[in-house]
Design a protein around this ligand. Structure first.
Ligand code: ADP
Ligand code: MG
Length: 297
């Protein structure tokens, strides 16, 4: 935690912060400048994802010897058994493996949602284990966009409210949020559904809202955990097509888990995992061959 002070000279508000407040609770002064400054240098924090070098890091995500064990009563389940993985900036990477192979566990580690038992995960060469709660919240909010199998939208909120929610945490102004929210929903083909609630939308539309929400704060990485798992084949392919389009047009790195071979032909590489370990990694050319072969049978 870091100490934040209200920039208003007439206000004496100061508090340990989680990094999520955007206005001073005492005088309503905008705290975003102060939060940003904290993120850059303040307290004992550093900007966790600032890239000071002239050339961006080639590998946006790296894991080294990543292990995760869960305790189930007196049993220990090894969900990840030492995963070494380098993901290039701008890459579309699919993580392929059967149910229980460790895909979600790997996501939770890379996404900073859970901590490994041992080993390390680096985002833009920053070791996530070295970040405090404030820095981790900052990184998750600004650098990562999440998409889940079950959409995870907030049911009482409209499409636009769901999409703008992460922008509140990033401290965007209301006008800016509304404009960006609309633009993102238009981008995913839902310009006509801004004020619909999730239950008024089809599964495919709900996942599109989730895609727009993942893009809210212009993340460097989109993590999609079985994004097509609750969709029919055609709708699933449309969502994957949308992710690929975003990947190509904006350069966002996409890491998508899937148990389904039909969803991987957009990938630059496919990482096959089994029993918590990488079995093999296929490159683009090899994937095309495989999908082509499938079509012939
Ligand atoms: P996948 O996403 O590929 O289906 P998971 O990462 O969810 O696989 O699970 C990998 C292994 O870890 C499985 O054996 C699963 O039962 C176990 N596991 C996952 N989460 C937990 C948990 N919270 N507690 C105990 N075991 C877990
Ligand atoms: Mg899973």
């Amino acid at each position: 935690m870091a100490l934040i002070k209200c920039p208003n000279p007439e206000c004496d508000y100061q508090q340990e912060t989680t990094g999520l407040a955007t206005v001073c609770p005492k005088c309503r002064t905008d705290l975003r400048g102060a939060m940003e400054a904290l993120g850059r240098s303040g307290g004992r924090t550093k900007d966790p994802v600032r890239n000071d070098s002239a050339t961006p890091h080639e590998f946006i995500v790296r894991t080294k010897g990543l292990r995760k064990e869960y305790r189930m009563g007196d049993q220990i389940v090894a969900a990840l058994r030492g995963v070494d993985l380098d993901v290039r900036r701008g890459e579309y990477l699919s993580i392929m493996g059967p149910s229980g192979s460790g895909k979600s566990t790997l996501f939770n580690m890379v996404g900073g949602l859970d901590k490994p038992t041992s080993g390390s995960c680096f985002i833009e060469e920053v070791d996530m284990a070295q970040l405090d709660a404030f820095e981790l919240a900052w990184l998750r909010c600004r650098k990562l966009g999440y998409i889940f199998q079950s959409f995870n939208l907030i049911t009482v909120m409209t499409a636009l409210e769901n999409v703008t929610l992460p922008m509140i945490f990033a401290g965007m102004s209301t006008d800016e949020m509304m404009e960006r929210g609309k633009t993102l929903l238009e981008l995913v083909g839902l310009g006509e559904r801004l004020h619909h609630k999730p239950f008024e939308c089809s599964g495919g539309q709900q996942q599109r809202i989730a895609v727009a929400r993942a893009l809210a704060n212009s993340p460097a990485i989109i993590l999609a955990d079985e994004p097509t798992g609750n969709l029919d084949l055609q709708t699933g392919k449309e969502i994957i097509g949308l992710l690929k389009e975003l990947n190509e047009e904006s350069g966002v790195t996409v890491i998508s888990a899937t148990p389904d071979l039909k969803m991987i032909d957009v990938s630059d590489r496919v990482v096959h995992i089994r029993d918590g370990g990488i079995e093999r990694i296929e490159r683009r050319e090899e994937i095309d061959l495989q999908v082509g072969e499938m079509g012939e049978h």
